[in-house]
Write a protein that binds this ligand. Structure first.
Ligand SMILES: [Ca+2]
Ligand SMILES: [Ca+2]
Length: 149
């Protein structure tokens, strides 16, 4: 029926309707890829405007899920911000969504704080792992929010 497609329940993704439109559900959270490159703090402010935060990831399954969101039509997964930062205390990493920093997937030799790098980008290097980068660099980003019940 044309015109009211958004009202049709998605039978094959039972928790879809719990996430805002155009967000992607994974367990109790919803993720959104923001393609426009932004400074890390601008990316976080943008996520807050969307009623979320820059995303955290807590296991490999969540990381692979987030990576797929960054994949363009050419199949390339672009470098993008997550919500990790050690700007408050050098070497002490936190997630800005206030969850525990309990999983890491750093590239070899990272984080190296090269020239003062305090923000976490993903899809870095040949192995598409994590890197600390200067927070003033501009990257696409991934926001997260809680499923709304
Ligand atoms: Ca640092
Ligand atoms: Ca680095």
């Amino acid at each position: 029926m044309p015109g009211n497609g958004s009202l049709v329940p998605k039978a094959n993704t039972s928790d879809y309707k719990s996430c805002p439109q155009f967000w992607h559900p994974l367990e109790s959270r919803c993720f959104k890829f923001v393609s426009e490159p932004k400074h890390w703090i601008e990316a976080q402010l943008n996520c807050i405007r969307l009623e979320g935060s820059l995303a955290s990831v807590h296991n490999m399954n969540e990381y692979r899920f987030v990576q797929r969101l960054t994949e363009g039509s050419n199949g390339v997964m672009v470098e993008a911000w997550l919500g990790g930062t050690d700007a408050i205390l050098e070497g002490t990493w936190i997630w800005i969504d206030s969850t525990l920093f309990d999983f890491t997937f750093w590239s070899p030799g990272e984080p190296n704080n090269d020239g003062n790098q305090n923000c976490l980008q993903i899809n870095y290097g040949d192995h598409k792992k994590w890197d600390d980068l200067n927070c003033y660099k501009k990257r696409p980003s991934i926001c997260v929010t809680r499923v709304r019940r």
